[in-house]
Design a protein around this ligand. Structure first.
Ligand code: NAG
Length: 496
């Protein structure tokens, strides 16, 4: 279940990010640059060595300068040779506004199905909510080339549907984990599963680049969509909602899981106590941590490549292998921390509350310090890369921290809670790109970035402080199953 869940997240997140690679190969850059006079990309504006406006990071370098701007290699202030880049033309003349709209469409769908997704999974079947969510993404990916050829409006609709379907997966998975993971193995299992989100991004970017270069841009969608369908078949056959519903589970394993969860008697799912949820400080601690952490995470994941490219003049294309290193470190750190914390908890050396707080602190303050450090290392690219690697690595603490916390405080409502916190946490994904664009528009300077990173430092600190004070690892009163009327009667009789 954990491994297939991990691959499922790789699919959902891979199919979400592959468009940012594919779109570079899909757009006719020649046509777009002739459309209006200037669609200045804020990033490229400052980079006068670059012949073309670039939207992403995939560059097809065919070895010669197509712009005829052959002044020879020029050196920047750090003494590095600036790279010239050419982009291959694709069939679609979408300007930057249309491209931005297409890339953002996913978020709009994603935002609205978090809470319904959690509710559906708790009420019906987490297996099928997650499975169908991923399947719809796969089918939409397969249809993307056709939709794009028809009109960008169809592609927009396709992306919104993908967002809607993708939105249910995270809360549904939380429900599934709540049904399967014994409390002492919870960090380990959620870390394995949620690592798929990062792994998907990590694997999909270079894989998409490779597919675009060999099979053309449509190949990205056909190959990745096809592989996802294979995953869905395995998911249908091998994963079940609970140990009780699994036809091939051994008696011992079923007994072990059910006893550790205390779910031998399946009780009717009670309605969500909304008032208690919204007035619960441990819930707000997770909301704040999830939202603040996502802000920092988007900075590291999405905006740092821009910083590296324009401020450090770091050649990302030539160092494609290197860009995987931070995530590899993060993954190893995530698994190590999860295992250590689970072991300490099961030996009763630390409480769950302490484990969650420690992991969340690790995921916020060290990365915040590393980000600030990066703006002070000047042209020392190696040191900057080392700091960024460390920062990204520590963020991995979030999987054993607040991301496992929903199940601790309210196992029955884990999906709904995850839906709530992830709704809040989706806003940074929408705000960060515009915020960075606003701060650096025509102003790609270390100072502008330093301001951005100090604000991020503040947000990470808010996360650490708020969570350390208000979080809890214990099941909340309002989440405890109410004794049934019959049991109540029995108790009275016993007393009598
Ligand atoms: C891109 O647009 C230019 C100018 O409109 C056109 O000449 C060229 O054929 C187009 N390229 C592709 C691949 O469609």
């Amino acid at each position: 279940m954990a491994v297939l869940g991990c691959v499922g997240f790789m699919i959902v997140y891979g199919l979400k990010v592959n468009l940012s690679v594919a779109i570079i190969a899909m757009v006719n850059h020649t046509a777009v640059s002739h459309l209006g006079d200037h669609h200045d990309d804020s990033a490229a504006e400052d980079d006068h060595h670059s012949g073309h406006t670039t939207v992403g990071t995939l560059v097809v370098d065919d070895g010669h300068d197509a712009t005829g701007n052959s002044s020879g290699p020029s050196l920047d202030e750090c003494g590095l040779v600036a790279k010239k880049e050419n982009l291959m033309d694709g069939p679609f003349a979408w300007d930057e506004n249309v491209q931005g709209l297409i890339l953002a469409a996913y978020f709009y769908g994603y935002l609205f199905t978090q809470v319904p997704g959690g509710w559906l999974a708790e009420k019906f079947s987490a297996k099928h909510v997650f499975g169908v969510g991923a399947l719809v993404n796969a089918l939409c990916a397969l249809l993307t080339p056709v939709a794009a050829s028809a009109s960008y409006v169809w592609l927009l609709i396709m992306r919104i549907i993908m967002g809607i379907a993708g939105g249910v997966t995270l809360p549904a998975m939380h429900v599934l984990i709540a049904g399967w993971a014994p409390p002492q193995e919870r960090s380990k299992i959620s870390s394995t599963v949620y690592a798929g989100m990062t792994l998907g991004t990590l694997v999909c970017m270079p894989f998409s680049g490779l597919l675009a270069a060999t099979l053309g841009w449509a190949g990205i969608f056909y190959v990745q969509g096809g592989l996802s369908i294979v995953w869905y078949c395995l998911w249908l056959v091998l994963v079940y909602d609970t140990p009780a519903k699994h036809p091939r589970i051994s008696k011992e394993e079923r007994k072990f899981i059910e006893e550790s969860l205390g779910t031998v008697v399946v009780v009717e799912k009670p309605p969500v106590p909304w008032k208690s949820v919204w007035t619960s400080l441990p819930v707000w601690a997770i909301i704040v941590a999830h939202t603040c952490s996502n802000w920092g995470w988007y900075m590291l994941l999405v905006k740092l490549p821009t910083y590296m490219r324009y401020i450090l003049k770091f050649d990302i294309e030539a160092n494609a292998g290197l860009s995987a290193v931070p995530f590899l470190c993060m993954w190893i750190f995530t698994m190590l921390l999860a295992n250590v914390l689970d072991a300490l908890r099961s030996r009763k050396m630390i409480t769950t509350t302490f484990a969650r707080k420690l992991a969340t602190f690790t995921a916020s303050m060290p990365p915040a310090v590393c980000l600030i450090g990066v703006t002070y290392v000047g042209c020392n690219t190696d040191l900057a890369v080392a700091l960024l690697t460390l920062g990204t690595m520590f963020v991995g603490g979030m999987y054993s921290g607040f991301l496992s916390n929903h199940i601790d405080i309210a196992p029955k409502f884990a999906g709904t809670l995850m839906g709530i916190t992830n709704t809040f946490a989706t806003f940074p994904g929408i705000i960060v790109p515009s915020f960075v664009g606003y701060m650096t528009h025509g102003n790609q300077t270390v100072e502008a970035w330093r301001t951005i990173f100090y604000i991020t430092f503040g947000i990470f600190s808010a996360e650490a402080v708020f969570y350390s004070i208000f979080a809890s690892g214990e099941m909340q009163e309002w989440a405890k199953p109410k004794p049934s009327a019959q049991a109540e009667q029995q108790k009275l009789n016993d007393v009598a």
